[in-house]
Design a protein around this ligand. Structure first.
Ligand SMILES: [Zn+2]
Length: 240
């Protein structure tokens, strides 16, 4: 399934239309939307979307779940392109050996964790986006990553563990930035307990991620790279 977002097509809210307009001014590439569900094995309960500004010569593909494509979700993905084009915020580093797919993917996942904070910061600076969705998604993603342990399940791949570690680290390191509520913080605390008990290796990585985010932040280009560097150097111990 493919979508093209134009100001006359889907009639996006003004804030979103302005953002799209700005991205269109910054690049000759056209933004295309693709359905992410076939790549993710179906409809997840929280947003998993991605934007690729570099791989295609003529278009910027944005993958998202159309059932969950609110203005905020679309805005988040467009903002990835915006922060790259207008602020130079893109971590262009890749794992040195591109044939090593697991490590390459791991680096991408860690970079996304940091860049998403930059994206949220810029969305909060604009009027018109309801950023509460990102708070809810953050907590929902952590719940989805951790509660299966209580039913005797575990992640089948290191990627599941990596994503789970991120889902625990971000709400621990940046609760105020994501505007977590008191009940969210309680939920996150419980999830941490479960993880420490059931998967200490993953909890260890999550602690290192949180420590890197706290120490280096994400607020400058230099800062946005440092947590990635720090975090990437840690978790390889449990990679296959
Ligand atoms: Zn993102």
């Amino acid at each position: 399934m493919q979508y093209v977002l134009t100001s006359g097509g889907l009639n996006p809210p003004r804030t979103l239309a302005e953002l799209l307009e700005e991205v269109n001014h910054a690049t000759p590439k056209q933004v295309f939307f693709f359905d992410s569900r076939p790549f993710l094995g179906g409809d997840l309960s929280y947003a998993v979307n991605w934007t690729d500004t570099g791989s295609c010569p003529n278009i910027i593909p944005i993958f998202l779940n159309p059932k969950r494509a609110t203005a905020e979700v679309v805005g988040h993905e467009l903002m990835h392109a915006w922060t790259e084009f207008f602020l130079g915020f893109e971590d262009e580093r890749h794992y040195v050996d591109r044939t090593d797919q697991p490590m390459t993917m791991m680096v991408n996942i860690v970079q996304s964790m940091v860049l998403d904070c930059v994206v949220l910061r810029e969305m909060k600076r604009r009027d018109g986006f309801n950023c509460d969705q990102f708070r809810r998604d953050l907590v929902e993603a952590a719940i989805a990553s951790i509660t299966p342990y209580e039913r005797g399940m575990m992640h089948v791949t290191p990627f599941g563990q990596l994503v789970g570690a991120e889902n625990l680290a971000v709400p621990l390191a940046l609760p105020e930035f994501y505007e977590l509520r008191r009940e969210d913080k309680k939920v996150v605390q419980e999830l941490w307990k479960i993880c420490r008990r059931q998967d200490p290796a993953m909890a260890w990585v999550a602690e290192k991620y949180a420590e890197a985010l706290r120490r280096h932040g994400f607020d400058t280009c230099r800062g946005s790279g440092s947590p990635s560097t720090n975090a990437c150097s840690r978790p390889s111990s449990f990679l296959a």
